[in-house]
Write a protein that binds this ligand. Structure first.
Ligand SMILES: C[S@@+](CC[C@H](N)C(=O)[O-])C[C@H]1O[C@@H](n2cnc3c(N)ncnc32)[C@H](O)[C@@H]1O
Length: 404
């Protein structure tokens, strides 16, 4: 399933039966947020609200035990749809590992562990296993799930798989992978008033969480908003234009650049180049919530029970990569990337050992991963490199860096 906004509008959201434990869990998180709102004099910046609903230990959406990803959860990601996705990522990684004479893989935000499993399986098949496959994930619950999945599927490779609590030390050589990580990072919501940009805050009216405005809570937001408005044409903006600025993503990228000595950072996510992101049609921004496979736009309901995300401004990612000393080595839609990275070769290889039914399932997955109205066009892949030769195979079909 892709994450296009059309699935459901907030008004038609089907919440369904919630058991007592789930209601109590959400109420406990809401209490904690309400306390913080009161302590802060009546409102907190939306970014803080998003941090709390996603990552409060034991209660946040990612830190608590909800199933989250997959058919039984709230949304499905590309690695969950088919191993084909990860097999293509593995082939791109193989090119890099061969080019730099071996190294490690680091996956950040590994979800259920599906991508780690299939990337390792494919790299083993290609006789190109990394020295280590590091996993860094904020969620203790998902770390457990990753461990169980990998232990079951790849017991013979467990000694190479290492869970980290923070980015590795400087001198990392290899490939950094992150699928749908940047969209999960808390964002500032800004009202793009050219005269006086203000920030969106969350308050509590005694019954529900409410929206309100307040001053910019982080000094860098003024310059970031001015930069966006200058590049996208100030005429597009007014006090009614509310959208996101993702400083966490650009900060994270700077930290990754600081530890990467040589290799590739490959980021896959949904989003646009800046000039296609901040357009009049998106004057309410791109914040999207996922609850039991329904997409809607109200993050103030169901605290801790739904995923909340925002699209990625890939121009901001490219800019911070360059500032941090990396090269932007490629940018393409997911469809073009997968085809360039060898999707057809992977299919042909898989066909040698698949039944007819399995081939039909794979053909369906190819459609979901690559068709423009499914995941093929909204999802993008950006490659950031250090000390690497040019010519990544994933961008051999199309390299749209010029659009960034
Ligand atoms: C939308 S899920 C994607 C999971 C997986 N990559 C996939 O494609 O199925 C986001 C993942 O990123 C993790 N995460 C969110 N913020 C993170 C951060 N700042 N550092 C590390 N992991 C993070 C979450 O716990 C979760 O595993």
């Amino acid at each position: 399933m892709n994450r296009n906004r059309s699935n459901s509008e907030a008004g038609q959201l089907r919440i369904g039966e919630l058991d007592e434990q789930t209601i109590a869990h959400s109420a406990q998180l809401a209490e904690l947020i309400i306390d913080e709102i009161k302590q802060q004099g009546g409102k907190i910046p939306f970014i803080r609200y998003m941090e709390l609903i996603l990552h409060t230990p034991g209660l946040g959406y990612y830190s608590a035990g909800a199933h989250k990803i997959g058919a039984a959860g709230d949304f499905i990601t590309a690695p969950e749809i088919s191993p084909l996705f990860s097999q293509c990522i593995a082939r791109q990684s193989q090119q890099v590992l061969n080019d730099i004479g071996g190294g490690d893989v680091l996956e950040v935000g590994a979800g259920s562990g599906a991508m780690a499993c299939e990337v390792l399986r494919e790299l083993e098949k290609l006789d190109c296993l990394p020295a280590h496959y590091f996993i860094l994930d904020l969620s203790a619950d998902l770390r457990e799930r990753q461990h169980a999945h990998l232990q079951q599927e790849l017991p013979h490779l467990m000694d190479r798989i290492i869970w980290l609590d923070a980015l590795p030390n400087e001198g990392f050589k290899g490939v950094v992978l992150a699928n749908e990580l940047l969209d999960a990072m808390p964002i500032h919501l800004v009202r793009f008033d050219p005269e006086n940009p203000v920030e969106r805050y969350v308050g509590w009216d005694g019954e529900r969480f409410t929206w309100c405005d307040g001053p910019l809570s982080e000094p860098r937001l003024a310059a970031a908003a001015a930069h966006i408005m200058a590049e996208c044409g100030v005429d597009e903006f007014d006090a009614g234009y509310v959208s996101e600025i993702n400083l966490a993503a650009t900060d994270w990228l700077r930290s990754v650049a600081a530890v990467l000595e040589q290799g590739l950072v490959l980021l896959i996510d949904y989003g646009f180049p800046r000039r296609e992101y901040y357009i009049p049609e998106r004057k309410e921004g791109t914040v999207m919530c996922h609850y039991r496979h329904q997409a809607h736009s109200d993050p103030l309901i169901l605290p801790g029970l739904q995923d909340v995300t925002a699209h990625v401004d890939f121009t901001a990612i490219a800019e911070s990569a360059v500032e941090a000393g990396m090269d932007v080595a490629g940018y393409a839609s997911q469809a073009h990337f997968l085809l360039g990275a060898g999707l057809m070769d992977v299919l042909a290889d898989n066909a040698k050992t698949s039944t007819h039914e399995q081939q039909v399932v794979q053909a369906q997955a190819v459609k979901t991963l690559t068709m423009p109205h499914e995941m093929g066009e909204l999802f993008k892949v950006i490659a950031l490199t250090k000390e690497m030769s040019p010519g990544l195979t994933g961008f051999s079909m199309l390299d749209a860096r010029g659009r960034l």
